[in-house]
Design a protein around this ligand. Structure first.
Ligand SMILES: [Cu+2]
Length: 203
């Protein structure tokens, strides 16, 4: 057998196996738009139970690095109960703070690891800054669900391993003023891969 043909056959087998796995843990793809044609990058897409039932607490930790006098990433999403560390990988020191009601804190001027990770246990938007460098800012969206994702540069977010059920799909975007309810829509997820569109501009 031609080796190239053999390699192609193996590739197909691998994708068949992967496809089977994906069907057992289905994904919801959400395409977010912010206007007529604009795509919304770095939007946070999340699903809360429509019946208000408790969802699994995964609380995966996150990290927001300071590098080049900027926060990386600019948008972070965590579930309530998760901790976030703020390592400073610059040669200058930073003093990271937030006045947002969901998490008021201040990390004293530091460089390096930056001490213990901080716990984020209240849902909401946390806007962080640096007392030394006014241009540094970033957003943390704390959500009461393990089912969330951030949109890529094309405005697409994929929420993996989503169980079938009725959800309220919510989308946070940085242009939404703090304290304002985020737009939402009802979604029934059948437990098989699906894709929907979400416009931030609809009434
Ligand atoms: Cu700074």
């Amino acid at each position: 057998m031609n080796p190239a043909f053999f390699a192609a056959t193996r590739l197909v087998l691998v994708s068949v196996v992967f496809g089977t796995t994906a069907a057992a843990a289905a994904a919801l793809t959400v395409q977010v738009t912010a206007g007529e044609s604009a795509t919304a990058a770095d939007a946070v897409v999340y699903l809360e139970s429509a019946a208000g039932q408790a969802l699994p607490k995964l609380g995966r930790p996150a990290q927001i690095e300071q590098k080049g006098r900027a926060f990386l990433p600019v948008v972070t999403v965590v579930q309530t109960g998760a901790s976030i560390s703020f390592p400073n990988n610059d040669t200058v020191r930073h003093q990271v703070y937030s006045f947002s009601p969901a998490k008021v804190f201040e990390l004293k001027l530091y460089s390096g690891a930056g001490g213990e990770p901080l716990l984020f246990d209240k849902p909401g938007t946390v806007i962080i800054g640096c007392n030394i460098h006014d241009k540094m800012s970033a957003y943390i969206q704390v959500v009461d669900t393990p089912y969330f994702a951030k949109t890529d540069t094309t405005g697409k977010a994929v929420i993996d391993n989503l169980p079938a059920g009725k959800y309220n799909l919510k989308v946070w975007y940085r242009t939404i003023p703090p304290g304002t309810p985020v737009p939402e829509q009802a979604v029934t997820f059948a437990g098989t891969d699906a894709a929907i569109a979400f416009s931030l501009n609809k009434k």
